[in-house]
Design a protein around this ligand. Structure first.
Ligand SMILES: C[S@@+](CC[C@H](N)C(=O)[O-])C[C@H]1O[C@@H](n2cnc3c(N)ncnc32)[C@H](O)[C@@H]1O
Length: 152
């Protein structure tokens, strides 16, 4: 099984028939796989050069070129937001990105920070988890670290 499929399987309850946002989607591998079970998937990135998959072949999947610190979505639009292998690249802006995620995800929705990258996992464990005040669940399932934030 591909790594990304293991992630989908692990958080399936938060994706199944849900409106999902992937932030900093890069190649959009996660979004493409999530669109097999989600109601809709919106993936955003500040640039579109990494996308190799054919996003337009899926009617429930769309990409938007967007700065994650200033999303143009209305409040409470998504059930779930996911940052997959992305936090290490957002270090300087992560708090603003998380604040935007909290705004666009419904109350009681889920925000996931998921990574198999060493750099991301260090940043998550050593820095970010100490700063997060809210209801956070952490699970380590090699090679992944899953951080789930319950939105309020
Ligand atoms: C490690 S890469 C890609 C991770 C992606 N989930 C993947 O699996 O390919 C991190 C991504 O963050 C994006 N990024 C950096 N700053 C951003 C911002 N302000 N808003 C949205 N995306 C951003 C980069 O363009 C890059 O595609």
């Amino acid at each position: 099984m591909k790594r990304v499929d293991r992630v989908i399987q692990h958080i399936a309850d938060s994706l199944n028939d849900k409106d999902v946002l992937e932030v900093a989607c890069g190649c959009a591998e996660f979004s493409y796989a999530a669109s097999n079970i989600a109601k809709t998937v919106t993936c955003i990135d500040i640039d579109d050069t990494r996308i190799k998959l054919n996003i337009s072949e899926r009617t429930n999947l769309k990409f938007q070129m967007l700065d994650a610190t200033e999303m143009n979505f209305v409040d409470d639009l998504f059930d779930t937001a996911v940052l997959y292998n992305a936090v290490g690249h957002l270090e300087g802006i992560i708090e603003k990105v998380l604040s935007e995620c909290r705004r666009v995800v419904k109350p009681n929705g889920d925000i996931y920070l998921i990574s198999s990258f060493k750099m991301d996992k260090w940043f998550l464990r050593d820095t970010l988890l100490r700063r997060l005040q809210e209801n956070v669940e952490v699970q380590e399932i090699e090679p992944f670290l899953f951080v789930k934030i319950k939105n309020h």
